[in-house]
Structures are given as C-alpha cells and as structure tokens.
Design a protein around this ligand. Structure first.
Ligand SMILES: CC(C)(COP(=O)(O)OP(=O)(O)OC[C@H]1O[C@@H](n2cnc3c(N)ncnc32)[C@H](O)[C@@H]1OP(=O)(O)O)[C@@H](O)C(=O)NCCC(=O)NCCS
Length: 170
C-alpha cells in the first residue's frame, strides 16, 4: 500500500470510494460526504498536504482529509473527516495507516491537535480522547464522547470552542 497527497486528478476516484464507503449509512441516494468533500476542496480551510489517499496496485482504496478549524476563532487546530476506506479493503489496517499518516504530517507541520467526530470504539486506539472533558467544546454538546481530540507532540491542547471548516456548518 502507498500513501500520498491527493492530486486534482484523484478526485473522481475519491468521490466513488467515499460514496461506496458511506453508502450503507445513507438513506438512499448519494451520501452527504461526497458533496461535503467537494466543498472542502474548494474552501479556504483546505490544506492539500492533509488530504491523503491510500493506493493498492495504483487503485485508490482509502482517503482521509483534515481541514483548518479554529478554537475561539483564532487558535488553529485541524478538523479530521471524512475518512473512508473502500468496503472491499476495510479491516486491513488502511484506515489506521491514514490516521497515522495525518498525525505524522500534522506534527511535522507544527500543528497542535486534531479534532474529529467519530466512533468511540475506533479512534481511541489511535490516541484520541473525548475532547469535551479536555476543555474543547463543540457547537453541539450532544456529540458527547464522539467528539474527540488528539494532542500532537509535546504541545498541550489549547481549550475553547471549536469550529470546523465552513462547509461543515458547525
Ligand atoms: C472507519 C473506516 C475508515 C476504518 O477503516 P479500516 O481500514 O477498515 O480500519 P482498520 O483496518 O485500520 O481498522 C479496523 C478496525 O476498525 C473497526 N471499525 C471499522 N469501522 C468501525 C466503526 N464504524 N465503528 C467502530 N469500529 C470500526 C473494525 O471493527 C476493526 O476493528 P478490529 O481491529 O478490532 O477488528 C472504514 O471502516 C470506513 O470507511 N467506514 C465507512 C465510512 C465511515 O464510517 N467513516 C468514518 C466516519 S467517522
């Protein structure tokens, strides 16, 4: 498996993969994550090096994106998502490899932390902890422990109200 930064010509394949990965969570039609991704590519908070694809035999089988988010409007953090692995390739460690790659890239870039909303049984194995008890407050507190944070390097996580990139609307 190869991990590399997403390029413009990858986007149709990424859309197909995301549609497949989220299909069973969508109530028919195209999963909302496909349109969300298009908006993320186009927004000011898009950062190309934090959009990463996983390839097996030249086929895109996984993708993760993290975009700029803000604490209290002025402290930058990364907001991760969506992440998707082709259903035929799930359970082989590709999701984990994508998460580790984003973490390593974020540390190298001097980022302080990564925020995500996700499954409480999956992300803790990659070091994510509930964000609200750590003092990072989402716009919807009902997210509870699904709202998670990863501290990067030796920098303490700052506290405050977190707002995702504009296309998320939260
Ligand atoms: C979540 C996802 C990215 C994980 O990718 P992956 O390559 O299958 O993950 P890995 O191989 O690194 O890890 C597999 C482990 O994740 C667990 N896992 C996968 N999806 C999970 C979920 N929805 N909730 C909890 N655990 C999950 C598997 O049970 C497996 O656990 P095990 O190692 O104890 O057997 C992938 O399943 C996916 O694309 N799902 C559909 C889209 C989605 O839900 N994205 C995340 C939105 S928060």
């Amino acid at each position: 498996m190869l991990l590399r930064t997403e390029e413009l010509e990858d986007r149709p394949a990424i859309s197909k993969l995301v549609a497949r990965a989220f299909a069973d969570q969508a109530k028919g039609g195209e999963p909302g994550e496909v349109a969300l991704l298009e908006q993320l590519y186009a927004c000011d908070e898009y950062i190309q090096q934090f959009s990463v694809v996983a390839l097996v035999e030249d086929q895109i089988v996984g993708h993760v994106i993290a975009t700029r988010g803000w604490l209290d409007g002025d402290v930058p953090l990364l907001g991760l998502g969506p992440i998707a692995v082709d259903p035929e390739f799930q359970g082989k460690g590709i999701g984990g490899a994508l998460l580790n790659e984003i973490r390593d890239r974020a540390i190298a870039a001097g980022e302080r932390g990564i925020i995500l909303l996700g499954h409480t049984t999956y992300y803790p194995r990659f070091g994510y902890v509930p964000a609200i008890p750590a003092g990072i407050i989402p716009s919807d507190v009902s997210w509870g422990d699904h709202f998670m944070a990863l501290q990067l390097g030796d920098k303490e996580l700052p506290q405050g109200k977190f707002i995702y990139a504009a296309p998320f609307g939260v």
